[in-house]
Write a protein that binds this ligand. Structure first.
Ligand code: DX5
Ligand code: ZN
Length: 217
């Protein structure tokens, strides 16, 4: 079954706890927590204190933390302590990806590795056996609500094939421009088993129906 990870970038920040609870009650498998530093990407979002607050409010939730920041190694311990379950860093964000993945795992978190639209799928292969999640970006990170770039589909296929060849089972996630009626099914067909969706969930008229539609893909 497909998992859905609603991105709270499109939630109502004045009622963030209630919005997270609503999508979890609707059946969302995790909460996608987008951290932006205004450096690795051209936008700012939220960080450690917000995660700490949400973790306190939602002790059972699974927090899928997506770090769009430069030098993530300097912050992984703090995000783990603040309540992250999985910490995903960008392969483009650092020269010491191997140590960063090791640090995430040493904190007891699942490690994820994300690739931007211009980064080939093969760049992930050397790290695959240490990863619990691979995140293929369908958009240039930084903003919600952008159109999906179809180059992500071919990368999902390559990653799915390589995982099968090596008998590895990381979650294969896709983030950005994922919609239930169009790009979502294409991503699932290409091998994704986690769909990150921001605007398609939080801007839907019926949030519960939106979550359920994604899960049924
Ligand atoms: C993009 C973020 C995404 C984004 C997805 O930089 O990493 O998680 O919020 O939003 P939608 O689903 O609206 O494209
Ligand atoms: Zn994200």
């Amino acid at each position: 079954m497909t998992k859905v990870s609603p991105s709270i970038l499109s939630a109502d920040f004045a009622r963030l706890g209630a919005d997270c609870k609503a999508v979890l009650d609707a059946g969302a498998d995790m909460i996608h927590f987008d951290v932006m530093d205004g450096h690795f990407v051209d936008n700012l979002s939220f960080g450690l204190p917000v995660l700490e607050g949400l973790r306190k409010a939602l002790p059972e939730a699974y927090f899928d933390v997506h770090l769009m920041i430069t030098n993530p190694l300097a912050y992984v311990r703090e995000f783990a302590a603040a309540g992250a379950d999985c910490i995903t860093v960008h392969i483009e964000s650092s020269d010491n990806i191997r140590s960063t993945i090791a640090a995430i795992r040493a904190c007891g978190c699942c490690a994820g590795l994300a690739i931007n639209p211009n980064t080939p799928a093969e760049t992930v292969f050397p790290y695959l056996d240490k990863l619990s999640l691979v995140l293929v970006m369908g958009v240039t990170p930084g903003h919600g609500g952008q159109p999906f770039q179809t180059s992500a589909l071919d990368k999902l296929r390559k990653l799915r094939a390589e995982c099968e060849r090596r008998g590895l089972h990381p979650m294969l996630s896709v983030d950005g421009g994922v919609k239930a009626a169009t790009t979502g099914p294409q991503c699932v067909e290409a091998g994704a088993n986690v769909l990150v969706a921001g605007s398609a969930v939080f801007c839907a008229e019926d949030v519960e129906a939106a979550v359920q539609t994604f899960k049924a893909l």
